[in-house]
Design a protein. Structure first.
Length: 275
């Protein structure tokens, strides 16, 4: 977030690792966890919603095909925006608080919940849903590629329940799914972050998505749409590896008669195999 929204004329960070070092030096290790309250509150519901909607949509579509995997994932991504957008707004505002051009003598927000309450009191529902359209544009195809990639990877690697290497295979498939999903819509994530950060400190720069795209490209060129990509991918692999592997193993365990063999296909992986 900090790399995505920093002022190009007065950049605070030269890159991912310089940003990491600067945060620890200036704000201690706790600075790396600014805004953690928002994901802690929302990610449980987001993941439950995403995997539940994806599984039920795939069953409703009837046939397990690559296209249906993409459509089911896209439906899940679209629906979870109602939680994702306010959550990321609070996270973005908390992460920018007290840095660079947003530096203030007094903190505006005590925590993520306080942030959302104050935004709501000042701007109403429209305020806490700032960036909803850009979030929708990002999440819908992103989750489509997310589930499609995982399905293709697990089929290619031959993930079987009795395979002694099934866990590493699931972890690798989940990690690669996260990377592909972020690469597919990352430029929109940059725009989303800039729109949600806009107005912090009382200065508003953008009138909407197209205005943000135009001004960002005019001021910084095409590279602006890759700002923060390295740190995002470094995060994406382990996070999504753990998420997908955990969900898949849990479903395998819950759906098996003896918790060891004869696993039925779950909503995440539906293929002609014991998994």
């Amino acid at each position: 977030v900090r790399l995505q929204v920093q002022n190009v004329e007065k950049p605070l960070y030269r890159g991912t690792f310089h940003c990491f070092q600067s945060i620890i030096k200036q704000e201690s290790a706790f600075g790396l966890y600014k805004g953690i309250g928002s994901p802690m509150m929302g990610l449980t519901f987001i993941n439950a919603l995403v995997f539940g909607v994806q599984g039920n949509t795939l069953r409703a579509l009837g046939k397990d095909t690559p296209l249906n995997q993409f459509l089911a994932g896209s439906a899940a991504g679209a629906i979870q925006c109602i939680i994702c957008c306010p959550m990321e707004l609070a996270k973005t505002r908390m992460q920018l608080q007290g840095t660079g051009e947003y530096k203030l003598k007094m903190k505006n927000y005590k925590n993520s919940l306080d942030c959302l309450i104050k935004i709501y009191r000042k701007e109403g529902l429209r305020g806490i849903n700032r960036g909803m359209v850009s979030t929708f544009i990002r999440e819908t195809p992103s989750f489509g590629f997310y589930f499609l990639t995982y399905d293709c990877m697990t089929r290619y690697l031959g993930c079987e329940a009795e395979d002694s290497y099934v866990i590493p295979k699931l972890l690798f498939s989940g990690g690669m799914s996260g990377i592909v999903s972020w690469l597919s819509t990352y430029p929109m994530d940059v725009i989303k972050s800039r729109l949600q950060a806009d107005g912090v400190g009382g200065v508003t720069q953008y009138n909407g998505i197209l205005d943000c795209v135009r001004k960002s490209y005019h001021d910084e060129g095409w590279r602006v749409f890759t700002r923060g990509l390295t740190s995002t991918l470094l995060r994406a692999f382990p996070v999504n590896a753990a998420t997908f592997a955990t969900v898949t193993v849990f479903l395998m365990y819950m759906r098996s008669e003896d918790n060891l063999h004869e696993c039925e296909p779950g909503p995440v992986i539906q293929q002609p195999s014991s998994l």
